[in-house]
Write a protein that binds this ligand. Structure first.
Ligand code: AGP
Length: 635
């Protein structure tokens, strides 16, 4: 959360910074600001609220500066007011800093710096950084690693300052006295450097870079870089120079445009058939047949030991990725027979379960940057290191961003191939995570022989049909769901019910609705409703029930009828050929006939559309809902 950008080169910096911030606004939109250096002065312009407010403020202002930094904020310390907006500056207004992360020891530093005469103007943790750099410039510390002052006193001051910071942070720093230097820092928060022709960029995420360059170098933790018009130098916090080279991103800038859709979220819902196809193509062997039982039908390249000796799986994740983890648990237990626990990453870290032998830990995170998930994985690795061989860490990541920090923590990644997702509400990355879990569960089922090749084959066939079935839902249902959404513009509460493999989809349907429409929504296992939530029901509370023919169908129908008896409007997500459905449900969201086991990939689609259209009809900012950020890089 929070997005930072920086530019040094030959073009006017401010428009490049604004354009970069536009691509990072998904990371936070409580305020925005830029600072540029020109003729020995820093010009800093900030505005509360969305980036548009900053753009309005900057409109008409001539700014020829060729060096600058920018920020879009998701507030942690201090209210979302202009005085708390980044960039923050030192007392003399010579140094400007943008930060993504949290400085944990800012209170002590602030008191110390205040005592030394530094004047603070905000409530943020970040503001200590420019003051600390100014202090290090005025009074360099002698004994902190290898001094870089022969390269640049500014660089050395930043190095000395970051060595005093505790927490997770990424920084971009400029100084009015060093008009040819942009310093960037990374410590547990993402930061990438873009290499152009005589110009260099930095950003929290690559969408802000791809319009300018595909040559990108992600910094690693504990590194800082000095960007000048002549090139990029990378150092450790200890002052050691590193040899680093950019790599070429395989990216198409068109992916970060709306392509005619009203919102990114709707575009991303529509991309799901293609995403599922891409994911299946990546992991299913096309030429496999059950007779070839000596070859796995999947192509995941997992270490053999993970399957052969596997006794437990634990999944750590947050939000929508946690819901994907719940579907994963169902599949891993029911298909591959591996006892599996799913933990909220934020809980796992502070109350981890007792260590079990032969355990695979899976981190699920579309961004690969969620601080809670990364910390949980890192902690799991650390607490297993030094244990007997059976307890050694085995870490697997499921992510949409193989270039993310997650890749530096886990031993193996499953790439979900969903392409960049801009809408803050996850849609296509969720369905891609589900596909990853189907592939993983089938791979383990094959290797552990819990399913025979002939039992696996029809599941693979069913998976291959899903993209076309998703397309059918989108073609046939969107218009109706758009009309249906009119009924719920003033609704205040919703209940979503599901059972078995569709219980996590009820949770996901509720999360989608609440995060973008601000309607209170609860997802519940259908059978649990009578143990409490049924008290909420009356004619004003619609109930969405996912009723897929299969093991729990009749039970869900009974639970739905219990809701109907309390006057609730019943909306059913069920297969199109269900003859009884119209007798039970007041409104129907039909999906093509599908095996219950594979149904989550279809049942979630009408729920995404329902949430989208209700929010759009309420006139809300679907892609950037209030208080949220796409990538939550603070704990
Ligand atoms: C999804 O709609 C949410 N915005 C949120 O719950 C998200 O899934 C969560 O923050 C985890 O993100 P990650 O997958 O990038 O780790």
């Amino acid at each position: 959360m929070c997005g930072i950008v920086g530019y040094i080169g030959t073009q006017a910096a401010s428009s490049i910074l604004l354009e970069g911030l536009r691509k990072l606004e998904y990371r936070g939109y409580d305020s925005a600001g830029i600072a540029t250096v020109h003729e020995g002065q820093i010009q800093c312009v900030r505005a509360k609220g969305k980036l548009q407010n900053l753009e309005d403020k900057l409109a008409g202002l001539e700014n020829p500066a060729r060096l600058g930094i920018g920020h879009t904020r998701w507030a942690t310390h201090g209210k979302p007011e202009e005085y708390n907006a980044h960039p923050h500056m030192d007392t003399a207004y010579r140094i400007a800093v943008v930060q993504n992360g949290i400085i944990e020891n800012y209170r002590e530093l602030r008191e110390d710096l205040k005592a030394k005469g530094h004047e603070f103007r905000s409530e943020t943790d970040t503001e200590v950084i420019p003051h600390l750099i100014a202090e290090c410039m005025a009074h360099p510390v002698a004994d902190q690693g290898q001094s870089l002052s022969y390269q640049s006193p500014f660089l050395e001051a930043v190095r000395q300052a970051v060595n005093q910071l505790e927490g997770a942070f990424a920084l971009a720093v400029i100084c009015a006295d060093y008009p040819d230097e942009l310093i960037t820092v990374r410590q547990q928060a993402p930061l990438a450097i873009g290499f152009g022709q005589g110009e260099f960029f930095c950003a929290s995420d690559t969408p802000a870079l791809v319009a300018h360059t595909r040559a990108v170098l992600p910094l690693e933790n504990g590194e800082l870089a000095r960007l000048t018009p002549l090139g990029v130098e990378v150092y450790t916090f200890g002052g050691e120079r590193l040899k680093k080279f950019p790599r070429t991103l395989n990216w198409n800038p068109i992916l970060v445009e709306k392509q005619g859709f009203k919102h990114f979220m709707l575009k991303e819902i529509y991309e799901q058939p293609g995403v599922v196809r891409a994911c299946l193509e990546a992991y299913l062997r096309n030429d496999w047949a059950p007779e070839q039982s000596q070859v796995s039908p999947l192509n995941l390249n997992l270490p053999a030991v993970w399957a052969d000796q596997l006794a437990h799986i634990q999944i750590v994740a947050c939000g929508t990725s946690w819901h994907a983890g719940l579907v994963g648990k169902y599949l891993l237990e029911q298909l591959a027979g591996v006892p599996t626990q799913v933990h909220y990453a934020s809980e796992f870290r502070y109350a981890p379960p007792p260590l079990t032998p032969h355990t695979l830990t899976i981190g699920v995170t579309q961004s690969g940057e969620t601080a809670d998930t990364l910390s949980a994985l890192d902690m799991e690795r650390q607490r297993r290191q030094g244990q007997p061989p059976d307890y050694q860490p085995h870490l697997l990541g499921i992510t949409n961003r193989t270039d993310s920090t997650l890749a530096t923590i886990v031993e193996h990644l499953i790439n979900t191939h969903a392409g960049i997702e801009i809408g803050v509400a996850a849609t296509k990355t969720f369905t891609a995570q589900l596909v990853a879990f189907y592939c993983l569960a089938l791979e383990l089922a094959y290797r552990r022989r819990t399913l025979s090749p002939t039992a696996i084959a029809p599941i693979l066939d069913g998976l291959r049909q899903l993209p076309a079935q998703m397309e059918l839902i989108l073609e046939s249902q969107e218009r109706y769901i758009e009309e249906l959404s009119h009924e719920f513009v003033d609704t205040q509460d919703f209940i979503f019910l599901g059972r078995g493999i569709n219980f996590p989809i009820a949770l996901e349907g509720a999360l989608k609705l609440k995060e973008i429409s601000y309607i209170h929504a609860e997802g519940y296992p259908a059978g649990e409703m009578k143990h409490g939530p049924i008290a909420l029901l009356d004619a004003k509370v619609p109930v969405v029930a996912i009723a897929m023919p299969g093991a729990v169908y009749e039970k869900v129908i009974s639970n739905a009828q219990e809701a109907k008896a309390r006057d609730a409007l019943l909306i059913g997500v069920t297969v199109s050929q269900d003859e009884h459905a119209s007798e039970v449900f007041d409104r129907l969201l039909p999906i093509p006939v599908v095996d219950e086991l594979l149904s989550p990939l279809l049942t979630v689609v009408p729920l995404q559309l329902l949430a989208y259209h209700i929010a759009a009809r309420r006139g809300l900012d679907v892609d950037q809902p209030r208080n949220l950020a796409k990538s939550v890089t603070v704990e």
